[in-house]
Each structure stands twice: as C-alpha cells, then as structure tokens.
Design a protein around this ligand. Sequence first.
Ligand code: GLN
Length: 304
Amino acid sequence: MSFNKIIEEVYEKVRLIGNDGQLASYIPELANVDSHKFGVHISTIDRMAFGVGNYRDKFSIQSIAKVLSLCLAYQILGERIWSRLGVEPSGTAFNSLVQLEADNGIPRNPFINSGAMVISDILVSELDNPREDFLSFIRGLSNNLGLDYSERISASEKSVGFRNVALCNFIKSFGNIQNDPNEVLDFYFDLCSLELSCKELSELFLFLANNGQTLFDNKAILTKSQCKRINALMQTCGFYDESGEFAFKVGLPGKSGVGGGIIAIHPNQYALAVWSPKLNKKGNSYKGLKFLEAFTTKSELSIF
Ligand code: GLN
C-alpha cells in the first residue's frame, strides 16, 4: 500500500478518537492555540511529498529545535561536544533539575532542557551572531527562507521561564556554561520559538533520513557516522521519560516538542511530521503518538 493511502486512512482514524490531553499552558502563548488542529506531512528521499489536515499551518516547534542546534554544534566541534554532555536517556522530565546535582552539571543528553542549554552555550561561543547564524543554518537545510523565530512565543516563555533560568544558573555553578547565562537563555528561548508547518518540518529534517546530506543540493551537513548518532539519540532520548514507549510502539528515531509537534525519521526512506497540540502527561502530543504508532504498524516499516 502506498504511504499516501496509509497516511489518509490513519489520519481519518486518529482524527475521530477523543482529543485527550492538555495544551502546554505553562507557556501562556501555547494555551491560545486551537487544540483541534491536526496535520501530517511526509517527505521521502524518493522526492515524494504528501500532507493531510492542517499540514500547512505553522506551529511552535519547541524542543524539536534541539535536534537542529545539536547538529550545528556537532558539525562545528565534532566529538569534542561529548565532553560537556552525555548520550544516555535521562528517565526524567524534560525540565528536571535532580540528576544535575549528582552528575556535576553534566546533562545526561542533548534533548533535555539542561543538555540543550549546554549546546546553546557552545553555539553562543562558536558563532559570531548566534541568532542570525543559526537561522541561516536551518534555512539552508531545505532552502526555505520563510523559516523564522517568533518573538511572541519567546517573550511569552521568557516571562515564565523561572525553571529554565534555574537550570542554566545551576549548570553554570558547575562550570559547564561558559557564557553569561542570560545570553544563553535568550538564545535557547529563541530556538524553542521557531515556527514551522508539518510540511516545512519534514522537508527540513530530510537530511537525517539521507545520511546527513541535504536532498535538494547534496550538501553534507553531517558525516554518515554523525547522522547515525543523531538518529540513535533521537531513538533513545527524543521523548524524555517516554522514549522507551516510543521505541516500543513506533520504532523510529523521533523528537517531540511541547507545541504538539513530532518529527520521525526512517533512515534512507522519509521524514514524517505530525502536529496535534494536546499533550499527554509526559509532554508529548497525544494524537501525534497515536498517529505514528498506527502508521508504522500499517506500513509494517520501522527500523526494527
Ligand atoms: N521551551 C520548552 C521549555 O524549555 C521546551 C520544552 C519541550 O518542548 N519539551 O520548557
């Protein structure tokens, strides 16, 4: 059966189930999103593209951006980044402080907030104009000049970002943040505020299904080995303390964000983006997870 047909069928099935979960109301602006939005878009390395529902609407990608900042830091510093953070699933919530004390300020992985802050610190050190240079990097991944930050979202998150402020200062106290914490936090809030549609997201992430190379101009963003490692991290750490469940039920590398988006990668095949804003208790899109589980079950394709 073709991907398009499976996507249509699964979308219709999941559209009709109860819209369980909650909006991420801890960021005031995210509570204003229409909770009934639901979109899906696939981009394949055979250059097939297909979307259903609200796949052209832009939404706040939040933590999905952590994959992109990691890719840029990895491209610049190579394996040296792993002296500053680990590659183990944390088994704790995305904004947890507890392990940092015992781990001396070394975050368990780059996808929890603490790890993403260390990556942000690296980029603040390495880039001349972090905000602009990071945007140019992601625009170049799919040749899309329409990608941008949302000042509305970053200001909203900043106004209530006490926990992230605490996390960044705590890591700084162990010496694992080198810049001014306020500068690092501003960059972190900016990258979480990026707004993309499912279509744009799946086009953007296609290089991770293509051995680290962009499809439209064959540019090597990462080496084959680095790309494999990013996918491995998404598989083991992409859904915080629900990463095991995602591997169990979906079987693909993926990354979620509290805006309700999920990107899933099938190496050598496709990048698939789903968006439904209501989240389950672990902060992952309720319908997004249901869609991906049914999609990989029906297509009988996963990495396992
Ligand atoms: N910006 C959000 C935060 O720092 C990102 C969290 C997420 O998407 N899981 O709380």
